[in-house]
Design a protein around this ligand. Structure first.
Ligand code: CIZ
Ligand code: SF4
Length: 321
């Protein structure tokens, strides 16, 4: 505890000395989210993280999350230094959609409008017509469908099939998945629901369709936190990364939250939904990033890619306004 406190103090002074602000994702560990809040930074989803970073006066952003979040921040704030606790924090959606393969796929379907999820590399965004987050994907696809566009969707297959079901718009879908949400299991969730008949079920749409079908509310991280507040239920079963409980409990301190079960190798696990890459964002790594900066921690996006990736990102930001 003593050591933790010393580390946090050191991070506080480094933030000041470097004119830096800490921006953390909802899936990082609770102590990291708390530190971001205490030091005037923010805790948010990937899009809000990038927006906050762009609008903040600090010269350096330290992004606690995964690589694509650092890249998105850099794309929107090229004049700032963007540091990450580790450059090895990846995302299975990003890894499963390499830019060269994706470009070839798009090139093979030139009559399609390319819509990619925020969980992709800068290079994949640079090949897209639109970037979307899970909070705005439905509206943008509906809009494009109403204008008669044929759509390529990448990379998350579950979010893609959820969008298809909701909008009735068929898309050419990349078959990626999130290793965390893909593990939620409908059978075990049904059993848990039966044991808690008064509970509402909240599900992130990166989960399998059979799990989404059991939900009382489906949405992005910020939408799920809002739903937790709005639903009348006092008990909530939540199918997303357990990092979200920090903000969800803050939003409704009087409610009880239960983790949805994951499957693994047939054995049901009740406290396993945590992204291993998000978990790499510890206090020591944050301290080191602020201390060393430079080559080992700084996000770089080459200028041609950045400028091209800005186009679909800004299209989304303008659509959201
Ligand atoms: O699953 C993720 O990594 C999410 C939900 C990212 C985001 O958009 O905040
Ligand atoms: Fe990627 Fe899933 Fe981790 Fe989010 S939780 S960063 S989608 S692997």
């Amino acid at each position: 505890a003593e050591q933790q406190r010393a580390l946090k103090d050191e991070i506080r002074s480094l933030l000041k000395a470097r004119n830096a602000v800490l921006v953390a994702h909802y899936y990082t560990d609770p102590e990291i989210q708390a530190l971001a809040e205490e030091t005037g930074g923010c805790v948010a989803d990937s899009l809000e993280m990038a927006r906050f970073g762009k609008e903040h006066e600090a010269q350096t952003l330290i992004v606690a999350g995964v690589r694509f979040m650092g890249e998105t921040s850099k794309i929107l704030s090229p004049e700032k230094t963007v540091l990450m606790p580790t450059l090895e924090a990846e995302c299975s959606l990003d890894l499963g959609c390499p830019a060269d393969e994706f470009t070839a796929f798009c090139d093979a379907h030139p009559d399609h409008t390319v819509v990619v999820y925020a969980n992709t590399s800068a290079a994949v965004k640079a090949r897209a017509d639109w970037v979307v987050t899970s909070s705005i994907a439905l509206e943008i696809v509906e809009h494009l469908d109403s204008e008669g566009h044929k759509i390529i969707w990448a990379p998350d297959r579950h979010l893609g099939s959820y969008i298809e079901k909701q909008t009735g718009c068929e898309m050419l879908r990349w078959q990626g998945a999130c290793i965390v949400h893909d593990e939620f299991r409908a059978k075990a969730l049904k059993e848990l629901k039966a044991q808690n008949p008064d509970a509402a079920v909240l599900v992130h749409p990166e989960s399998p369709q059979s799990v989404v079908e059991l939900a009382d509310a489906v949405g992005s991280t910020s939408q799920l936190i809002q739903a937790a507040r709005d639903l009348p239920h006092k008990r909530l079963i939540v199918a997303t990364d357990k990092g979200i409980f920090y903000k969800m409990q803050q939003a409704c301190p009087d409610k009880e939250m239960v983790e949805a079960p994951t499957g693994g190798n047939g054995a049901t696990c009740r406290s396993c939904a945590h992204c291993p890459w998000m978990a790499m964002n510890g206090l020591v790594a944050i301290r080191d990033a602020l201390k060393k900066g430079g080559t080992t921690h700084e996000i770089q996006v080459d200028e041609a890619t950045r400028i091209r990736a800005m186009i679909p990102l800004e299209r989304m930001l303008n659509f959201a306004r």
